[in-house]
Write a new protein. Structure first.
Length: 128
């Protein structure tokens, strides 16, 4: 009976490993940065993915491939670009209701949408 209980527990744990990670589990927060009268974000879209490859851009919990993948976005998906760290950009996506108004002090983004980090070579600026 104990072996059956352990087996069921292992199957349950394995099934949980396939669930998506919540975007609020970021290791590095996406920051809204104060810069005088400038907006805190820009609108961009995903470009340059290899259609013969995986054909998605990994959204990560922090700025680097060593961070956990949270989600996948695709060519032409629109994103709001916030803080940058080397070759990575903090993004918000999945909501059009994003406030990019200037702020007085830096703070983590806490509005609507999903958050994460993507490699900036796959994002082109549309506005902002």
């Amino acid at each position: 009976m104990r072996i059956l209980s352990v087996f069921i527990a292992l199957i349950f744990a394995a099934s949980l490993s396939h669930l998506p990670v919540a975007a609020d589990e970021l290791a590095v927060p996406v920051m809204m940065e104060a810069d005088g009268d400038l907006d805190t974000c820009s609108l961009g879209k995903v470009v340059g993915l290899n259609p013969k490859g995986d054909n998605f851009l990994a959204v990560r919990a922090g700025p680097g491939t060593n961070f956990k993948m949270l989600d996948k976005i695709h060519t032409n998906d629109q994103v709001w670009m916030f803080s940058e760290s080397k070759n990575w950009v903090g993004i918000v996506y999945g909501s059009q209701d994003i406030n990019c108004s200037p702020i007085k002090t830096d703070k983590p983004y806490s509005g609507p949408g999903k958050k994460g980090w993507v490699h900036k070579k796959f994002i082109t600026v549309l506005a902002g």
